[in-house]
Design a protein. Structure first.
Length: 76
């Protein structure tokens, strides 16, 4: 997952920041989800948190998951 500071520094109407701890909790709760579902969950939670409060910075979020068989390594 890659994101800009605009995500964790987003403010709600009460001037509280979204923060890394809240982001970590959403990621933990969505651990088994595919990348698109995790992205949607984070952005939905951010929207709920900010409640339409105008932000001063842009938000960029990229979520990727690598598919493959666990434990296998490529050729040496």
């Amino acid at each position: 997952m890659l994101y800009t500071d605009g995500l964790v520094e987003a403010y709600g109407p009460d001037e509280q920041r979204y923060g890394q701890e809240r982001l970590k909790e959403i990621v933990r709760l969505q651990n088994g989800a595919d990348a698109d579902r995790m992205r949607q969950s984070i952005l939905s939670d951010l929207e709920t948190f900010t409640r339409g409060f105008s932000q001063k910075d842009d938000v960029t979020l990229v979520v990727m998951k690598v598919a493959g068989k666990g434990g296998e390594r490529g050729g040496d």
